[in-house]
Design a protein around this ligand. Sequence first.
Ligand SMILES: C[S@@+](CC[C@H](N)C(=O)[O-])C[C@H]1O[C@@H](n2cnc3c(N)ncnc32)[C@H](O)[C@@H]1O
Length: 458
Amino acid sequence: MSKEAEEMKMQALLHWAADVGISDAPLLDSDSSSCSLGRSLAVSYFPHAGGRGLAAVSNLRIGDLVLRVPRAALLTRESVLQDEKIAFCIKKHPHLSSSQILTICLLAEVDKGKGSWWYPYLVLLPMNYNTLANFNEFEIRALQVDDAIWVSEKAILKARSDWKECLIVLQEMKLKPKLLSLRSWIWASATVSSRTLHIPWDDAGCLCPVGDLFNYAAPDEPCVEDEQQHTEQPDLHAHRLTDGGYEEDSASYCFYANKNYHKGEQVLLGYGTYSNLDLLEHYGFVLLSNPNDKAFLPLHMNINTSKSCPMKDALYIQPDGKPSFALLCALRLWATPFNNRRAVGHLAYAGSFLSNENELLVMRKLAKHCSKVLEELPTTVGNDASLLVIIDKMLESGSHLGCLQFAFCRDEVVGFMQANGLKMESSANSLPTAKFMRSLERWRLSVNWRFSLIRTSS
Ligand SMILES: C[S@@+](CC[C@H](N)C(=O)[O-])C[C@H]1O[C@@H](n2cnc3c(N)ncnc32)[C@H](O)[C@@H]1O
C-alpha cells in the first residue's frame, strides 16, 4: 500500500471511529469532533519501537485517560455472531475453542469486504506478521536453542491443526477461496494473537479499533519520579493506574497513561510480562532490553524431584545475570551434601542462604553451566552483533549485497540465500523480492532473539 493510500485509509478509520464514539478526549469534554484523535493522541510512526503507533499530542500525566473505545466498536465473538448466517454455521461446531471462533469471525468479516461494519478498521490491519507460526525452517533453525525451536515447531503445528479443524466451517460459510487457505488462517490467528485485548465476558478477548495501535513497553518497576507524582495526585483512579481495561460504568475499553509522557513521545502499553520468546511467539518482535526475559538453563542436577522441587519453567537466568529464585534454591540444595539435604531442604526452598561454601559451589556450577551452553551454540555474541549490523544494512538499502560480506558465518548466510531460492553468486545482480525482505526481517528476529539470550548467559 502506498503511503498516500495508507494515509487516506487512516483518515477514514479515524472518522469512522469518531462516529462510533471512540475518543481521546477527557470524559467531561463535550467537544464533539469529526476525528476520534487529536486531543491526547495522534497516529505516528516509530521505526525503532513498533512502527505505527500512538504519540502524545500534549504532555500527559500518569493516570490520564487517553482513549475510550465503546463496547459497540469492539470486534468480539458476540458482536460478529449478531450476524445470523455466521452464528448458524458456528453453532453446528460446538467443539471449537473460543480463539478458533474469533479467528473464524475475523475471516468472515474480512470476506464481507465493504459490507463489514468494521471495514475501515480491517483494511488497516497489517498484511503480514512475524509471529513464530510464520517462520520457515531456516528462520526457526536460526534460533539455535532447542527450547525455542520446539516452541516454534509447536506454534506451526498448532496453526495447522486449528486450521484443519475449522476448514469445514469456513467452507460452509462459503468464504472466498483465498480466505480458506492455511496462509489466511495464519494471518487471522496472528491478528488475534497479537492484537486482542482482555475483556471480562469472553476469554478470546476483543479486537479494539484504534486501541490496538498502542505499541508495547515491558511493564517495569514504577520509576521514582512516577511514584512521587502518583502520591501527589488525588487517589481517585489509583486502581486504574495501569494501562487499561474494560469498564462497565462507561461501557468502554479505557486506556490510561501508565507514566508521564512529553508531547511527541510514543504512548506505550504494557500488554503483560513476557519473555522475548513469548513476545516472538505471540507478537512477532523481541526487545533488546527486556526486564522480563528468561534464559532457561537445562540443568541436569541429581536432586530429589519431590513435590517441592521447582518446575523446569522456573529455572532461568534473569536479564541482570542473576539466577531466578527457584534456580537459586535448587542449586543451593544441589550443593548441599546428600545426607544433609533433608535437613536443610526447607531452608533452601525458602530462599535462605545456607553457607559461604554452599554459595561458592552454586556460583561455580552456574558459571560452568552458562559457559557450556554458550560453547555449544554455533555463534558468539560478537558474531551475532556483527550479523545484526549487516542484516540492518540490507534491510535499509533493500539489497542482497550485504550477504557477500558475511565471511564469519558463511554457512548461515548460504542457508538463508538457499532458503530464499538464491545462490550467493547471483545475489549481487538481482533485486530482492518483498518475500525475501520479509524473510530477512524474520531472520533478523531470530538472530536478535539468540543475541539477547547469549548476552544474558554471558
Ligand atoms: C497491538 S499492535 C500495535 C500496533 C502496530 N504497530 C500496528 O502497526 O498496527 C502489536 C504489534 O505491534 C508491534 N509492536 C508493538 N510493540 C513493539 C515494540 N516495542 N517493538 C517492536 N514491535 C512492536 C508488533 O508487531 C506487535 O505484534
